[in-house]
Design a binder for this molecule. Sequence first.
Ligand code: 1PZ
Length: 212
Amino acid sequence: MSEEFSLQEVIDSFRLSLSDSKEIFLDQYVEGWRGLVKLLNSLGSVFGFISKDVVNKLSILVSLRGGPEGAHYLSLQSMVQYELQSGLVEGGDNPVSGTRGVSGCRTLLRLHRALRWLQLFLGGVSRDEGTPPTLCSLAYSQSLSQHHPWVIRSAAGLAFRMLPPRDPFLRMLNAGEPPQAVEVLGGAVPVLGEVYTITEELYSKHDLLNLP
Ligand code: 1PZ
């Protein structure tokens, strides 16, 4: 994978994360997020606090996956099953992270909520419903913001205003000229939506949507 953000790479990772039986593989899910971190980083240092949080969450998931119980972290489904069975979901003494309160399930839940934001935001951009800063804050108020305290909401609000206008933003996606990038975006949104919906149903079924 190159250092430069590529929308297509992100779509491919999320698409590859989906198995035929609609399991979601963690490695590819993390890979998709790693791609998104590149976009965040290319947006400038005001987005650094967001990117830092994502990187931190990815490294928790990667260490669980690479740890002694890593086989249980093959997919989101197997992770949920394992952490539920072992009483780790609420963040018991995790053998890998060594910290209380840091389960794979709660960590991934934060990324999952952010995926909803991303789906709304990119959908709005692809349909040209407004400028990136406007669409970003609209999507945020419709999703993630309800899970964030005031101090984060205001920092996020400041960062959103630094987003570039539509065409420069589309060029940053590295998916060709704006009209072509819009087409690629249009293809990305349903993939993100499918990953989001499967995760949402999995978490909802096991009553995990409010993990602290
Ligand atoms: C294109 C511009 C990017 C805008 C991103 C919109 C989301 C703003 C979220 C700002 C929050 C970041 C600071 C860290 C917050 C954490 O407290 C929370 C909860 O985690 P906990 O404290 O419970 O461990 N973290 C999150 O909610 C995860 C936020 C991830 C944001 C991902 C943005 C993805 C960007 C994709 C690329 C454009």
